[in-house]
Design a protein around this ligand. Structure first.
Ligand SMILES: Nc1ncnc2c1ncn2[C@@H]1O[C@H](COP(=O)(O)OP(=O)(O)OP(=O)(O)O)[C@@H](O)[C@H]1O
Length: 469
């Protein structure tokens, strides 16, 4: 097994790890069994209680949803119990309208605008979530940094109008242009405004000033799955299965709308305060009905067809799902061996995976069918599409419709105080030194005549590189 030294570092898109994680204490490995039932919900520990959750309650500043009595729980199988078809009479949470739902069925989480009539609508795909009136920096108080990535920095912010907390991703225009990410950044905004799914981050709006682009999203309080995984070293089979199943549903949704995600990795999977996943960072998501060629992603997670610069499609996300499941079960990725990205690419092209003996046989079988360079054999890429993955024996006990409704308890509930901007689950970062919102010329708005470079970077922008922010 590789030394964990490297693996503690987060991987950025260009694979430069950014910092070490501090706490070596494991919320999982210290527990005799993560599937040991507990009689009460205990934040920061595994539990077996079925929780009624309500998507619209996030950021509501209300207490965590009540859990079902412990008679519901049983040992040993987190998996068996959690995924089995419902025997109880408990109704899924969506049937139990909360007070919020009754007041404002769709928009309880949207950051309020101070202009009367501001209204967010949840729209089907291909229509965007729109606001009357745009946000600006003055609508929020910027607080600490939650995370940094290759192209951006994400802040915790508080709305001055409804006092709720949100996450705002700030991208420096100059950096985006320099790193040739104009198209990806415009795609990220467009994709995120179109999608709506329980396991995908919600983007409420975007705005820009002369230097920066801003994306206002839900603040997902529970931190990164990456941190939980590193603290736990590896996840027990049922725990990995739970997270893999939620990711599978999200991929199924994206692919059904011809969107490839292209950056699956634990760093981009956040835990909400009930422990369910939210996929963030759509920087590489792309609407692709057939084939694309762009080389992008994070080295450990790249499919061989991407490394080999062949045209590729949704198949790459199923490969990455295989890498993710492997990493959750083993604590390291299959093609990393201490070398440079080039060495990782070589290993990926060889596609020889050593499976540790502790991997459950069903998981082993699924991994072999996902981490295969043969596109005619890769599960998810075959005639049955994502349903082939969902019907694989490793997922046999998953009740997919209940999972989709978040009617199955997560294996780990992050210890957060809901609604108070509790960012304790996120690592600390040095803060940005350059003030946001400075006045000045916007180098990304050009008047004709355009340079060839400008036209090539953004041919349809009529002089504006980020026309829709
Ligand atoms: N909605 C959110 N709520 C809480 N934290 C968030 C949210 N979105 C992002 N973060 C944090 O910020 C980090 C960086 O965000 P993001 O991945 O979108 O940036 P990036 O520049 O595209 O990163 P990368 O190069 O790693 O892909 C995430 O890993 C996460 O820790």
């Amino acid at each position: 097994m590789p030394s964990l030294g490297f693996l503690k570092k987060k991987r950025t898109k260009d694979s430069t790890g950014s910092r070490d994680l501090d706490s070596p204490t494991s919320p999982i490995k210290d527990t005799a069994s993560p599937i040991t039932p507990t009689s009460s919900r205990k934040s920061g520990s595994f539990h077996l209680h079925r929780t009624k959750t309500n998507d619209s309650s996030q950021n509501s500043q209300a207490a965590a949803a009540p859990s079902k009595p412990s008679s519901d729980s049983m040992n040993p199988a987190f998996a068996q119990q959690q995924y089995a078809s419902p025997q109880s009479t408990a109704q899924p949470s969506h049937n139990t309208p909360s007070i919020q739902n009754l007041i404002h069925p769709h928009n309880t989480n949207a950051p309020a605008k101070n202009n009367a009539g501001a209204n967010f609508q949840t729209q089907p795909l291909n229509q965007t979530r729109t606001t009357k009136g745009k946000y600006s920096l003055t609508d929020f108080t910027i607080q600490r940094t939650l995370g940094t990535g290759s192209f951006g920095r994400v802040h915790l912010v508080q709305s001055k109008h409804n006092q709720r907390f949100y996450a705002v991703k700030v991208l420096k225009k100059a950096q985006v242009v320099k790193m040739k990410q104009v198209e990806h950044t415009n795609d990220e905004r467009r994709m995120l405004q179109q999608v709506k799914h329980p396991f995908l981050i919600t983007l409420w709006g975007t705005f820009q000033d002369s230097k920066n682009l801003y994306m206002v999203m839900d603040f997902v309080e529970g931190g990164e799955l990456f941190s939980l995984l590193r603290k736990s070293q590896r996840f027990p089979n049922p725990v990995a299965k739970f997270y893999a199943a939620e990711v599978t549903l999200a991929l199924d949704y994206l692919h059904s709308h011809n969107i490839i995600y292209r950056d699956l990795k634990p760093e981009n999977l956040l835990l909400d305060r009930h422990g369910h996943l939210k996929i963030t960072d759509f920087g590489f998501a792309k609407e692709v009905p057939d084939i694309t060629w762009t080389l992008c992603g994070t080295p450990d997670y790249l499919a061989p067809e991407v490394v080999a610069s062949k045209g590729y499609n949704k198949s790459v996300d199923w490969w990455s799902l295989g890498i993710l499941i492997f990493e959750m079960l083993c604590g390291f990725t299959p093609f990393w061996d201490g070398g440079s990205p080039m060495k990782i690419y070589e290993n990926i092209l060889k596609s020889r995976v050593k499976y540790p003996p502790y991997i459950h046989p069903d998981a082993h079988d699924l991994l072999q069918k996902l981490i295969t360079p043969d596109l005619t054999k890769r599960l998810g890429n075959l005639h049955g599409g994502s349903k082939d993955v969902m019907n694989h024996p490793w997922f046999a006990e998953v009740t997919w419709d209940r999972l989709q409704k978040k009617d199955i308890d997560a294996p780990y509930v992050p210890p957060v105080r809901a609604g108070v901007g509790d960012a304790s689950q996120f690592d600390k970062y040095p803060e940005e030194t350059e003030a946001y919102g400075q006045a000045g010329d916007d180098p990304c708005v050009k008047s004709p005549p355009y340079t060839v470079d400008h036209i090539l970077t953004c041919p349809n922008s009529h002089g504006h590189l980020f026309p829709d922010f």
